[in-house]
Design a binder for this molecule. Structure first.
Ligand SMILES: [Zn+2]
Length: 93
């Protein structure tokens, strides 16, 4: 019995928080595919009374906390323009 990729992602996020990049490397996905999967997951979880919780990205250089809860990593820090951003992180509540 093989689980679908989205079920796989959901299972990982029920175990605990994962960053976008963790998920992407563990499942070997493109940014676009993972973002798409997370979007679908967010909708389907809602139907089951669960919630995809997003913790926004943080700049690795200046520590700025981004406010965006977008499902993909931002390109650059809006404060210092650094491309070195950690997160966003996700889990299921
Ligand atoms: Zn920054």
């Amino acid at each position: 019995m093989t689980r679908t990729r989205r079920q796989e992602i959901a299972a990982k996020l029920r175990e605990g928080e994962r960053s976008f990049e963790d998920l992407r490397h563990e499942l070997v996905l493109t940014v676009r595919t993972l973002e798409d999967d997370l979007g679908h997951l967010r909708k389907s979880l809602r139907a089951g009374g669960e919630r995809l919780v997003v913790r926004p990205a943080v700049c690795a250089d200046c520590g700025f906390h981004l406010s965006s809860t977008a499902l993909h990593p931002p390109g650059r820090c809006p404060k210092c323009r650094s491309p070195r951003l950690d997160g966003p992180w996700f889990h299921i509540a």
